[in-house]
Design a protein around this ligand. Structure first.
Ligand code: MEV
Length: 316
């Protein structure tokens, strides 16, 4: 039996602007997906359990229970097994990363599955090969999409700067609270909406992208110097600019104002594509638990996370 786990991620600064070449800053988080492989001669079975299920449907005619989360996890695992012609296996996947929320859950599942298989079948893949195979597979399953940032952070962990290429950087971890709306989002649709706004209003949206890129670059040095107050300020400015690009929603804003209310958070912003999904808030020292409660009271699902955690690792 072999098992591997890989982390999810948050975009700290720079989403959407990065699509047009500005810098973004991302970090792996300590929510992980785990994949376990055992020999099962004559059969290949994928068990998807503990996937942060948001819900499921029950078909009265067939008596089948369907869950989007389980179906998605199974699709990614099947693609990995097919790529390496692996069979006669029982594969179990579980994940503490909310799906369809911009937190890199599918990348973590694919990276953990390749790493577990690498060990189980003695494939001899390097970390670099795991990262590049994972990106290829995620892209194929997502019909040409698939974020290089997600598979890179799931593989290597830590933090990275993203522009035309991805650069891993050494930064101290940041304690954050992630608040998820209960509304999944469609990254591609949000990206297309913002890019279309950029095409229609280049003189206005271009400088917004530039300002967001400047925030990411400044944030890198603030994180290095652990100047949390100023980082919070930049999160609030970045959020305002994302609102200007039209990716805010009432649910996201309610979580952001709940986080900032009564001085709870130093700053808060959307993370990822917006239009649903999640926000992040930077708590004051010892304020993370109160912040989590405030987000839950505002009808979100909240998690305390730390950025910069380990990448993929073989477990047991
Ligand atoms: C989505 O997590 C981040 C976006 O900037 C899209 C991307 O970079 O691929 C919105």
């Amino acid at each position: 039996m072999t098992a591997a786990s890989a982390p999810g991620k948050v975009i700290l600064f720079g989403e959407h602007a990065v699509v047009s070449g500005a810098v973004a800053l991302g970090g792996a988080i300590d929510l992980r997906a785990r994949v376990r492989m055992e020999d099962m001669p004559g059969r290949t079975q994928i068990d998807a359990c503990n996937l942060m299920l948001r819900g499921f449907s029950y078909d009265l005619v067939s008596g089948q229970v369907n869950s989007t989360e389980a179906a998605n996890a199974t699709r990614y695992i099947s693609a990995v097994l097919k790529e390496f012609q692996a069979r006669d296996l029982r594969v179990s996947v579980e994940s503490g990363i909310p799906v369809a929320s911009g937190l890199g859950s599918s990348a973590a599942i694919v990276v953990a599955a390749i790493a577990a298989l690498n060990c189980h079948m003695d494939l001899g893949l390097s970390r670099k090969e795991i990262a590049s195979k994972a990106h290829e597979i995620e892209k194929a399953v997502q019909h040409g999409l698939g974020s290089l940032t997600d598979t890179t952070l799931a593989t290597y962990g830590g933090h990275c700067l993203v522009s035309s290429e991805i650069q891993l950087i050494d930064l101290p971890g940041l304690d954050l609270v992630v608040g998820c709306t209960r509304r999944p989002h469609d990254t591609m649709a949000e990206v297309e909406r913002v890019q279309s706004l950029h095409r229609r209003q280049p003189e206005i949206v271009g400088p917004v992208f530039q300002a967001i890129g400047a925030i990411s670059s400044r944030a890198e040095s603030l994180m290095r110097e652990q100047r949390q107050g100023e980082l919070g300020e930049l999160m609030n400015i970045n959020h305002g600019l994302l609102e200007a690009l039209g990716v805010g929603t009432r649910e996201l804003c309610e979580l952001i104002y709940a986080a900032r209310g009564a001085g709870r958070a130093l700053g808060a912003k959307i993370t990822g594509a917006g239009g649903g999904g999640c926000m992040i808030a930077l708590p004051r020292p010892n304020g993370a638990a109160a912040l989590t409660v405030a987000l839950e009271q505002a009808r979100g699902t909240a998690f305390m996370v730390r950025t910069g955690c380990d990448g993929v690792r073989v477990e047991g």
